[in-house]
Design a protein around this ligand. Structure first.
Ligand code: DHB
Length: 484
């Protein structure tokens, strides 16, 4: 018996060899947050796998307040209890380097804000769709980014005893493509199909389960995103399309106005694609058997109308009411009107006018382009092939190959809602003015998680466009609440 245990721990040690956290290699840094000095140890560029494919991206920056090395506390947290904030830097499914604390226009960025509040921060880098090796083979196509984030989590779990922070309280954060990966990381913990990929990288022998997920405008559920987009935007023919060319991950992530747009009107061909695609959404939504918090079924009729649509509209009008309550706005936009509900007056939303106001940001097909030109087609390429399809609809009508069914599955958080190791807590945000994916997509994710028994905080911040980390006070208050 003893022998077996010894052999087993030796095997674990062998598997993890070279992945031990080394406490002695750090720099001490100090940054000013609102007049208060935040002093922390910075352990940067930790390669988190034993057999990296790319040592620029498969690295993690790890930060912890100096207090935690001196037996001190920040608020209620100390070296053993502090949650580990885990922000990925992925945008546009591009490669994302491990990020660092800093100030932007005098304001602390998310990592610095986390440190100031006593969190330990592990900021992972991850490979992305455009990376190549010396031979010109692609090295960051799906599922590389999610495998990397899992490997980084495994490193933290494997080294938990040696590192400050509680690796049982890892809280992931990300925006857009990074938001999708954050959600996927939370739900797909320890799922068997990722194992061969993690093994090939020499990931640390540990679980990749995390505690909680924060996801801003997740560009997820890619295989149903075209149908969702046309279900919402069908009939809205004006577009302000993004020009993705020349945008690096930073451009995606900062959403800094570097985004160029091309304006136009849908062609007849695009309009008929929209008509065809929107109907697929009805059967998809109905197949999910979604329910609201009171257990009432949310579904759609063949016309595309129904309780699910009413629920989505209500999420939007509730967001307006909240913005009005906190005096963020005073004047109602044209598409908000007062309607009688029994003997009460309540705000409601003219859906078509709302959509015309925010406009489309994408032309059909919004994600799986017939000619494989979208970022998502690029994501689903392989070592040799730059881009592929991930829906049968586009595959049948367009040119090019279909991606591997298993890989398409592995990139969609919706496939893991009932996974037994899935995170318990989720905070999902999608701005009311965000058109990068249909609001239906994050809404379905939130409802699906809620129906699977998870704790879900979902909201549609009023007037907010495509972006993240805009409400750090609320974000960290939420995290403080769930780690208690
Ligand atoms: C992102 C935005 C998109 O519109 C998209 O299709 C994929 C990713 C992003 O900002 O990460």
């Amino acid at each position: 018996m003893k022998k077996i245990v010894l052999a087993a721990s030796a095997a674990v040690w062998l598997l993890g060899a070279g992945l031990e956290f080394y406490e002695g290699k750090f720099e001490t840094k100090t940054l000013d947050v609102g007049g208060k000095a935040v002093k922390f140890r910075a352990y940067e560029n930790i390669v988190y796998v034993a057999n990296p494919v790319d040592t620029q991206y498969q690295t993690m920056n790890f930060y912890a307040p100096t207090e935690y090395f001196e037996g001190g506390k920040i608020g209620k947290f100390d070296a053993t209890s502090a949650p580990i904030f885990f922000p990925n830097s992925v945008g546009g499914y591009m490669p994302g380097k491990a990020s660092a604390p800093g100030l932007k226009n005098g304001k602390p960025n998310t990592i610095l804000e986390a440190l100031a509040r006593g969190y330990v921060v592990a900021a992972p880098g991850a490979r992305g769709r455009t990376l190549t090796d010396a031979q010109g083979n692609f090295t960051g196509k799906a599922p590389a980014a999610i495998v990397d984030l899992k490997a980084a989590v495994r490193y933290l779990k494997f080294n938990d005893a040696k590192m400050p922070g509680d690796a049982n309280k890892i809280v992931s954060n990300g925006t857009s493509a990074g938001g999708a990966l954050s959600a996927l990381l939370g739900v797909s913990a320890d799922a068997a199909e990722f194992e061969p990929y993690l093994k090939a990288l020499g990931a640390a022998p540990a679980s990749d389960e995390i505690y909680a997920v924060s996801a801003y405008c997740p560009i997820t559920n890619l295989d149903n995103a075209d149908a969702a987009y046309e279900w919402m935007f069908n009939g809205v023919d004006e577009y302000e399309k993004m020009d993705f060319s020349g945008l690096d991950a930073g451009g995606f992530n900062e959403r800094s106005g570097k985004r160029k747009t091309i304006n136009g009107t849908l062609t007849q061909g695009q309009k008929s694609l929209s008509n065809e695609r929107k109907t697929a959404f009805v059967s998809y939504v109905n197949s999910l058997n979604l329910k609201d918090a009171k257990g009432r079924a949310l579904s759609l009729k063949p016309s595309g109308e129904g309780s699910f649509k009413e629920y989505l509209k209500k999420a939007l009008s509730a967001s307006f009411v909240e913005a009005k309550r906190i005096k963020q706005i005073s004047i109602a936009p044209k598409f908000i009107f007062l309607k009688e509900d029994g003997c009460e007056l309540e705000y409601a939303l003219e859906f078509d006018n709302y959509l015309r106001e925010i406009k489309r940001a994408k032309t059909p097909l919004a994600f799986d382009d017939l000619n494989l030109t979208n970022p998502e087609n690029d994501l689903f390429g392989d070592a040799k092939i730059v881009a592929k399809h991930f829906t049968t609809f586009a595959k049948e009508r367009g040119k090019g190959e279909m991606a591997d069914a298993q890989i398409i599955k592995m990139m969609n958080a919706m496939n893991y809602l009932t996974n037994k190791n899935a995170a318990k807590f989720y905070r999902i945000r999608h701005g009311s003015a965000d058109r990068d994916t249909a609001l239906a997509v994050p809404l379905i994710l939130a409802l699906g998680l809620q129906n699977a028994g998870k704790s879900v905080d979902f909201a549609v911040p009023w007037g907010q466009g495509h972006g993240g980390d805009y409400d750090l006070d609320e974000l960290f208050t939420w995290i403080d609440g769930i780690v208690k």
